[in-house]
Design a protein around this ligand. Sequence first.
Ligand SMILES: Cc1cc2nc3c(=O)[nH]c(=O)nc-3n(C[C@H](O)[C@H](O)[C@H](O)COP(=O)(O)OP(=O)(O)OC[C@H]3O[C@@H](n4cnc5c(N)ncnc54)[C@H](O)[C@@H]3O)c2cc1C
Length: 490
Amino acid sequence: MKVAIIGAGVAGAAAVKTILEENHQGLINHVDVFEDRKQLGVGSPYEPDSNQLLMNSYVGDLGFEWQDADHYLRWLQDHYPEYARRDIFSPRPIFGEYIQDYFSPYFEDEIIHVVHQRIHQLKIKSPKSYYLYDAQGKQYGPYDSVLMTVGHPPYADYYNLLGQEGYIHHPYPVEQLLSDLDYQKGIGIIGSGLTGIDIMRYLQDHYPITIDHPVTFYILDQPFSTPKFERYAEDLVFNLNADWIDKQLAQSDGQTIPLEAIFHQFEEDMEANGVDWKSLVERYSQGSIGEGLMAIHQQNRRLSILQLYGRKLTAFLPALNMALSSQDRIRFFKDFMGLFEHFRSQTPAESIAFILQGLKDGRIRIVSGMKAVEVNAQGFTVVTQKGLRYQSGYLINATGFDQNLETAAQHDPLINQMYQEGIIQANPLGGILVDWPHTQVLSQRFGRLEHLYLTGHWIFSTQFGNNNTKLTYKQAEACVKHLLESSRDI
Ligand SMILES: Cc1cc2nc3c(=O)[nH]c(=O)nc-3n(C[C@H](O)[C@H](O)[C@H](O)COP(=O)(O)OP(=O)(O)OC[C@H]3O[C@@H](n4cnc5c(N)ncnc54)[C@H](O)[C@@H]3O)c2cc1C
């Protein structure tokens, strides 16, 4: 079989590794990997850039050897001993170097062929016969299977600023895109999530940011997700695991688990852990500056337990999500996801402390209630719900990915061609529709596209919670295993 892998970030590299480890019968004899980056396995999040950009997972929770939790730690001891501690956050580019080291032997194998090109088109000639075309129109294929490990959708452009001078839509690599700003004109960051905080850290390191020339965060509502202080909560009671899911599915019609049953188990676990989760929600669900201050001051142990529970739950979120009825899934995404993600996507306490200190010194300003942006000769005027107006020479986008396929596709030639030709279609909850658990593309025009796999943030509404290295890796691995198993049957 001839296989193509589009994109060599963590997912593409995991696919390469799994092929080499699982292809015992030699079913796959040729693999083309398309990636225009020089570094393989790294992708956009961990590309070479400023060391001010930090991982949001602890050193001790990273790495790809599931049986050897200290694999990354030992690599740091050899290469960057200053970061070799389990309970700190290491720079993203350094994690990128680790990834490259980790995966590089697999790219040396004789059946793996790296093509440093971006793919702009995918065509289907007949079932399981896929052709690819690069930007120059050169044809590759036919392939029996294609793994689209293409990463995340383009960034969202909520204020229609793309192309305006002074607007930085895609902020990475910060060392290339943000190193030459005239900071005296005023710099604004739209959004105060992890990306916004990363950017602030870089700006402060690079420019003389003072009370006279502060950086402003323009946000919709409140600035922070919950702060993360500690890595462990010993003896955590945690039952929402794979066994629980299997048991529930066996007890019901074998198809779905009611949202209420999941919620009920969560409540029981919280009670067993001695955590009154409702009072935590009351106290920490706003994400306000006051809450940030309180959380830093109190270092609330119960909040840590709830957060650890959320981090543990991440591994099981895709299975739980896909075990819900469609009605419950829509209910969860519409009514509960905001609050759920507020507690699950945690901001390192150091980052919150860093922002609070900046606010105290006047180096940072937070403007909430952002409503619109007007473009003018000096740059931009940000208008708030209350009608207040703020001038900024630059606006840096940190609002996250565009989950709307219709608009996002316009910024990605491959996704656009596949969308226009009906090969992919939108998931009503965001991103692209795939089957589960194999994540093969579902098309209104072609039905299920056998052995055409898609991973990454485009399938977040199916593989819910996959914005982390482990789930990304695991899905690519699952796709390859499915390809090999289903090809053996033929
Ligand atoms: C800014 C940022 C920070 C993050 N921080 C963390 C973190 O701290 N911890 C964590 O666990 N997760 C983090 N993540 C989540 C991250 O998305 C996953 O951990 C994982 O790296 C995603 O891997 P991927 O292979 O799916 O995508 P990517 O790493 O984005 O790789 C996709 C690759 O596909 C290539 N590609 C795309 N389209 C084409 C095409 N048409 N032709 C050829 N090649 C193509 C791209 O060049 C890219 O190299 C972060 C994500 C972002 C965006």
